[in-house]
Design a binder for this molecule. Structure first.
Ligand code: SDX
Length: 433
C-alpha cells in the first residue's frame, strides 16, 4: 500500500492498495491531532477482501472527540484538557460532566448537575435484598456488574429517560459499591449523605459505623478525587470498546455499562491493580528480592508478568503512573502511613527500566502500578481496587455510549473473520460413526 502526498485535514490524500494486480484508491482520514487512518469501509465491496487485525491493535473502530492519547509522547487529554491540569485543579464530577457533555460546566450547570447527582444516590430499598443472596466471599466486581444490570428493572429506558438514567447511575454506583463492601464485612449499610462531596460521600458509606463518628479527612478525599479523575476515560480500551460493542445493539444504559464492568474485571485490564498489590506482597513475603521477580517475569515459561507494567498504547511513561507515583509519596506522608510495598514498587520500577527486556519492549509502569498503594493507604480493601477503577471509569463509558447514540450514522457493530475450519462435508448419521 502506498499513500500519496502527505494527507492533511484540508487536503486528505488517498492510499493506493494493490490486490491481485488491481489498484484500489482508499480515502485517508486525518484527526484533529494529525492521526491518519486509511478508510477501508468500501474496500470489501470493491475487492471481496477484508482487512485482518486480531485484537484491533491497529484498527480504528470509531472516531471520537472525547479523549486523545499519544502513546509515544505519553500524552493524555480529556476533551483537549491535559490530564495533569485536570488532576491538579478539577473535581471528579466536573471531569465527569466534561467527558459526557463535552465542556467544563459553568456555575449554573455545575449546581444543576451536582445537585441532581446528590438527589439520586439512594438505591431502591428492595435492591438491598439482592445483597443477601450473594455468598460472603463474592467478589465485589461480580456484585457491581449484576446490580448495575438490575437497575434496568427499576428504571426502564426510553429516549426521554436516557439522561436521567445517566444521572441515576453516576449517583448510585458508589452506593452499590460501598454496600457490597459493608455486606462483605458484615456491617450495616451506611446511607448516602447529601452534604458530602462525591468522594467524601463514598468514603463515609465505606468507613462510617453507627457506633462512632467518622470524619472524612480532606487529604483522603483529595487523593480519592485524584484517583477517580485519572481513571475517568482512556479512549478505546477493552472495557470502553465493550461498551461501544454492546451499546451498538441499542441495549439499555445499565446493561451496556454492566458489560463494561465485566470487561474491566479481567486481570489484564482493570483487575491489574489488585494483581499489582498481590504481586508486591508476594515479593515482600519472599524477602523483597526484585531481581528474582523481574527475572521470572521475563521468562515466558514462568507465566509470571510484572503486573502494572506495559500498555498497548503507551510506549513511553503512562502520564497517570507519573502522577500517581508522586501522589503515593504525598498521600502516605500526609496520612503518616508507612507501606513497604511502595519501596518494593519503586525498586521494581528501577530494576525493570534498566533491563533491556523491558526497555526493548517499551514496557513502562501503567496506571495500575501505583494506584493500589494509594487505595490501600486510604483503607480501601484490595478486592475493591477494581471497583474503584469502575467508579472512576463510569463517566468515560457513559460519554462514549452517549457519543455513539448521538451519532445518527452509528450501525450495530459486526466485525468479519477469516474462516479456518473444515470445508463443506456431508453429515454422517450416528449409526454409521
Ligand atoms: C489497563 O487500554 C487501556 O487503555 C487500558 C488502561 C485503561 O485506562 O483503560 O490503560 C488500563 O488495562 C492498563 C494495563 C493493566 N494490565 C497490566 O498491567 C497487566 C500486565 N501487562 C500486560 O499484560 C500487557 O502489557 C498489556 C495487557 C497491558 C498489554 O498487552 P499487549 O499490548 O498485548 O502486549 P503483549 O502482551 O503482546 O506484550 C508484548 C511483549 C510480549 O513479549 P514478546 O512476545 O515480545 O517476547 O511484552 C511482554 C509480552 O510477554 N510483556 C510483558 C509484560 N507486558 C508485556 N512481560 C512481562 N511483564 C509484563 N507486564
Amino acid at each position: 500500500m502506498t499513500t500519496q502526498a502527505t494527507s492533511t485535514k484540508a487536503n486528505p490524500a488517498t492510499a493506493k492498495l494493490t490486490l491481485n494486480g488491481k489498484d484500489y484508491d482508499l480515502p485517508v482520514i486525518v484527526g484533529t491531532e494529525g492521526e491518519t487512518a486509511v478508510d477501508v469501509r468500501k474496500f470489501r465491496d470493491a475487492s471481496g477482501a477484508i482487512t485482518y487485525d486480531p485484537g484491533y491493535g491497529n484498527t480504528g473502530a470509531c472516531s471520537s472527540a472525547i479523549t486523545f492519547i499519544d502513546g509515544d509522547k505519553g500524552i493524555l487529554q480529556y476533551r483537549g484538557y491535559p490530564i495533569e491540569e485536570l488532576a491538579r485543579g478539577a473535581s471528579f464530577l466536573e471531569v465527569a460532566y466534561l467527558l459526557i457533555y463535552g465542556k467544563l460546566p459553568n456555575k449554573q450547570e455545575w449546581a444543576d448537575f451536582s445537585g441532581q447527582i446528590t438527589l439520586h444516590t439512594l438505591i431502591h430499598e428492595d435492591m438491598k435484598k439482592f445483597f443477601e443472596g450473594y455468598p460472603s466471599g463474592a467478589h465485589p466486581m461480580a456484585i457491581l456488574a449484576a446490580m448495575v444490570a438490575s437497575l434496568s428493572t427499576y428504571y426502564p429506558e426510553d429516549a426521554a429517560s436516557f439522561n436521567l438514567n445517566i444521572t441515576r447511575l453516576l449517583a448510585k454506583l458508589p452506593t452499590i459499591a460501598a454496600f457490597s463492601y459493608k455486606k462483605s464485612i458484615g456491617q450495616p449499610f451506611v446511607y448516602p449523605r447529601n452534604e458530602l462531596s462525591y468522594a467524601g460521600n463514598f468514603l463515609n458509606m465505606m468507613f462510617a459505623v453507627p457506633s462512632a463518628t467518622y470524619t472524612v479527612k480532606p487529604e483522603v478525599e483529595k487523593a480519592l478525587n485524584l484517583l477517580l479523575i485519572l481513571h475517568a476515560d482512556h479512549e478505546q480500551n477493552c472495557s470502553t470498546s465493550t461498551v461501544r460493542m454492546v451499546g451498538s445493539s441499542k441495549a439499555n444504559l445499565f446493561a451496556t455499562i454492566a458489560s463494561g464492568i465485566s470487561a474491566l474485571s479481567g486481570p489484564l485490564h482493570g483487575g491489574a491493580n489488585q494483581e499489582v498489590i498481590e504481586m508486591l506482597e508476594s515479593i515482600r513475603a519472599a524477602g523483597g528480592d526484585h531481581q528474582k521477580f523481574v527475572a521470572q517475569s521475563k521468562d515466558h515459561g514462568s507465566n509470571v508478568k510484572l503486573m502494572g507494567f506495559g500498555h498497548r498504547v503507551y510506549k513511553n511513561f503512562d502520564p497517570r503512573a507519573k502522577i500517581l507515583k508522586e501522589a503515593a509519596d504525598d498521600v502516605l506522608k500526609a496520612l503518616g502511613v508507612k507501606d513497604p510495598t511502595l519501596d518494593i514498587a519503586k525498586g521494581l520500577e528501577e530494576v525493570a527500566l534498566r533491563d533491556d527486556y523491558f526497555v526493548s519492549r517499551k514496557l513502562y509502569p501503567n496506571v495500575d502500578f501505583y494506584s493500589g498503594i494509594i487505595y490501600r493507604a486510604l483503607g480501601i480493601p484490595t478486592d475493591m481496587f477494581t471497583v474503584m477503577f469502575a467508579i472512576g471509569r463510569l463517566p468515560g463509558w457513559v460519554a462514549h455510549l452517549k457519543e455513539m447514540r448521538d451519532d445518527t450514522t452509528t450501525r450495530i457493530n459486526r466485525p468479519r473473520q477469516i474462516y479456518t475450519g473444515p470445508t463443506k462435508r456431508a453429515f454422517v448419521p450416528l449409526s454409521s460413526r
